[in-house]
Ligand binder design. Structure first.
Ligand code: NAD
Ligand code: UGA
Length: 367
């Protein structure tokens, strides 16, 4: 990694943010907002710049195309001249949890551990992207009749009160959730010993333009559900419902999510050593319902084409291989973000999907 700290005259440390993973789905949206609507100087690090080519010449961006862990001295140098790190770089695609679990654990716990140490040493605020997957399954999932066997379960995951329920070690799907959870526990421990200022973000299924890739066009493998369904719509092949598409998710539009990060940056004291669920509880539905909603939006915008648009069932073993288990349902309790940051999401699912479907069609229609 080349030496990278630009010496902008008069830019002091408090205006500098470092974003590892700034070229990813969430990172590219945060970066664009910070460069267009704030005065921050950003040092962005990512292995890929394909989503941010339009931003590369920006006078307040210093972009380094590299593995962030390839040059620890330069990483130390960059962090020590900044005041905030927004940590996004990770492997976070469920198909990888069962196919390359060692890399998943390394990228979500082992390697980013040094960011904790570097931020602590340099008194830098670490805003870390964790995941709603740390909650695992609902209590209801433990009982086949969904009764919770008398346990109380409001249905919404709360940062302070919800249990974290995952499957056995052999169910490798949980390696990501548990690596993220251990990282959160490390942040909490460093914070509780007054050795670190941190904020934990738990995203609930963010969606929007530039999420993942379309297999065979700009990536290989199996992306997250939104891109899988977009590939099916674009190629007029059936949308695959894993185990019938009965699992439920709360989808959050990326612009609302970026609003939340900007609110965190604006409220450093209220965000100190806090955990925030960032999600949209009003946008909850089953994956089967999502498939049908996307089909209906696509038909409304572009027509159905000759083959029509359909769904088909596939088993999780066939789709993800051995070791896959699913999170049955995830609804965020977002009262902490509302209380501390005044943040709440505004985009309903239909609008979020319309904008996203249109963005994918515009991006991929030439291929
Ligand atoms: P993404 O895969 O689109 O982006 C991750 C980016 O990190 C990629 O551009 C990748 O190239 C980069 N990266 C990974 N390892 C790197 C390394 N060693 N050096 C340099 N760059 C590296 O993922 P995303 O959806 O933007 O997610 C970002 C973060 O948010 C992740 O930590 C993820 O676990 C978390 N998260 C995302 C969601 C969501 O809804 N998208 C939900 C929960 C958690
Ligand atoms: C995701 C990923 O773990 C992370 O990106 C992230 O931390 C987190 O959840 C999040 O986005 O908040 P998950 O929601 O299971 O996990 O990932 P998706 O690939 O988006 O799958 C959602 C559901 O759709 C699952 O039930 C999956 O089995 C199903 N699915 C996926 C299908 O039915 N068909 C497909 O083609 C793909």
């Amino acid at each position: 990694m080349e030496d990278s700290v630009k010496k902008e005259n008069g830019t002091d440390r408090k205006n500098r943010i470092v974003i590892p993973g700034c070229g990813g789905f969430i990172g590219s949206h945060i970066l664009r907002r910070l460069l267009t609507k704030t005065e921050f100087f950003v040092t962005g690090i990512d292995r890929s710049s394909s989503r941010i080519t339009d931003l590369l010449g920006h006078s307040r961006l210093n972009f380094i195309e590299a593995d962030i862990y390839s040059d620890s001295e330069n990483l130390r140098n960059i962090i020590s001249t900044s005041s905030v790190v927004i940590s996004l770089a990770a492997l976070c695609n469920p198909s990888l949890y069962t196919s390359i679990p060692v890399e998943v654990i390394e990228s979500n716990f082992v390697k980013p551990y040094q960011l904790i140490q570097l931020c602590s040493e340099n008194n830098v605020w670490l805003i870390h992207f964790s995941t709603c997957e740390v909650y695992g399954k609902t209590k209801a999932a433990l009982f086949s009749d969904g009764s919770c066997n008398g346990l109380r379960d409001s249905g919404a995951f709360n940062e302070d009160t919800s249990q974290m329920i995952v499957g056995p070690v052999s169910a490798q799907r949980w390696c990501y959730a548990v690596a993220k959870q251990l990282y959160e526990r490390a942040l909490f421990a460093w914070g509780s010993e007054n050795r670190l200022k941190y904020t934990i973000i738990r995203p609930f299924n963010f969606i929007g333009p530039d999420m993942d890739y379309i297999p065979g066009i700009d990536g290989e493998g199996t992306p997250r559900v939104l891109a899988c369904f977009m590939k099916a719509l674009l190629t007029k092949t059936p949308l695959k419902l894993v185990d019938g598409g009965m699992s439920r998710r709360s989808f959050t539009y990326i612009d609302d999510a970026v609003d939340a990060i900007v609110a965190v940056l604006k409220h450093p004291d209220a965000s100190r050593n806090q955990i925030f669920n960032i999600g949209n509880p009003a946008n909850e539905l089953s994956i089967k319902e999502l498939a049908h909603l996307m089909i209906s939006i696509y038909k409304d915008l572009y027509g159905a084409g000759e083959n029509g648009l359909t769904v088909e069932n596939v088993s999780s073993r066939e789709f993800y291989g051995a070791g896959y288990e699913d999170c049955d349902r995830r609804i965020p309790d977002i009262s902490n973000a509302l209380r501390q940051l005044g943040w709440h999401p505004e985009t309903n699912l239909e609008i979020a999907l319309r904008k996203t479907v249109q963005a994918y069609v515009n991006k991929y229609s030439g291929f």
